[in-house]
Design a protein around this ligand. Structure first.
Ligand code: PEP
Ligand code: MN
Length: 342
């Protein structure tokens, strides 16, 4: 749309899209509003829109993904999660334990995370464990602890949902639904979170290509939830010196193709305590919009992922290092656009 297009002009375009049997998606930007069209099988004649009032241009998106693409929205998206942003000029820090274990562990960790200046707290109440006999998480009881953490420390809550019931519970207690690596291509779950209006942290699948990750994000956005944050968490390769191989080249690749923010998880990406801080620094250096880090008051006693958990003091040191690095390489604030979604 033209910069001076009115709300009525936008509505008119949406009506025309609907009358054709398609779906319109309004994405307001800094200078103009873009309207994406989905549901069409072939190309649509631009003549349907070109001469409507307020329309600047009708552009054919050439990629298999549309709503996430920079062709639709050239400025980077800033996603509001609770009362803080992911994707803006500030480096987003999300930290907390792998799994919520008990009140004492959760609150001790939250105190460290809040003291570090991070704005987001992570912790799984529903855990996707490889073995059915491993600790599966506290379930709703854990989510209630997270809601207490938010009240007490003002931290915004990021937590995983593995199924529709979990999504409903996370929407009730949390600020951001994490879709784990193992569910990245659970298409019915992606559609379900797409129908909520809670932001989604979408982790890259264990063997997913960039295109597969982007199309998974597109699934969520096609349902009308435009608040998606991507996360690189390492992939399976033949290398066995780390739990996974962290693929940092995906960060500039994501920024090249999409307007979505992308964060890095060096905890799952390496699986090794001593590698987490070096790879966190590297992630910031390649332009990641944030980090998600596992911290535990006593890693040797952790019920899940203890080998990659940082102690509180290691975590504090990581934060001071990555903040210094981020300041050094920051892009001008004008690269980002506030406000997103209809
Ligand atoms: C997690 O964040 O604790 C987790 C299970 O991550 P992933 O889905 O990346 O393995
Ligand atoms: Mn974990």
């Amino acid at each position: 749309m033209k910069p001076d297009a009115s709300g009525a002009d936008v509505q008119k375009v949406l009506q025309v899209i609907e009358a054709l049997g398609f779906r319109g998606h309004t994405l307001p930007g800094e200078n103009r509003t873009a309207i994406g069209v989905t549901g069409n099988r072939g190309s649509i004649d631009p003549a349907h829109f070109e001469n409507l009032p307020g329309v600047a241009d009708a552009i054919r998106v050439t990629k298999p993904y549309k709503l996430i693409s920079k062709e639709l929205r050239p400025e980077r998206s800033v996603i509001k999660v609770g009362n803080a942003n992911i994707g803006g000029p500030e480096l987003a820090m999300i930290a907390g334990p792998c799994a919520l274990e008990d009140h004492q562990q959760v609150f001790a960790t939250a105190e460290t995370v809040a003291a570090s200046g991070a704005k987001f707290f992570r912790g799984g109440a529903f855990k996707p464990r490889t073995s059915p006999y491993a600790f599966q998480g506290l379930g709703e009881e854990g989510l209630k602890m997270l809601a207490e953490v938010r009240d007490q420390f003002g931290l915004n809550i990021v937590t995983e949902a593995m199924d529709e019931h979990g999504v409903d519970a996370v929407v009730k207690y949390g600020d951001c639904i994490q879709i784990g690596a193992r569910n990245m291509q659970n298409f019915s779950l992606l559609k379900y979170v797409g129908q909520t209006r809670t932001p989604v942290l979408l982790k890259r699948g264990l063997s997913a290509t960039l295109d597969e990750l982007l199309l998974a994000a597109e699934y969520i956005m096609a349902e009308g939830n435009y608040d998606v944050i991507l996360c690189e968490r390492g992939i399976r390769t033949f290398a066995n010196h780390a739990r996974n191989t962290i693929d940092l080249s995906i960060v500039p690749a994501v920024h090249n193709l999409t307007h979505l923010p992308v964060i890095v998880d060096p905890s799952h990406g390496t699986g090794r305590n001593y590698m987490v801080t070096p790879l966190a620094r590297a992630a910031v250096a390649v332009g990641a919009d944030g980090l998600i880090i596992e911290v535990h008051p006593c890693p040797e006693e952790a019920l899940c992922d203890g080998a990659q958990a940082l102690t509180p003091s290691q975590y504090m040191e990581l934060v001071s290092q990555v903040r210094a690095l981020h300041e050094l390489i920051s892009e001008p604030v004008s690269a980002f656009a506030e406000g997103h979604g209809p």
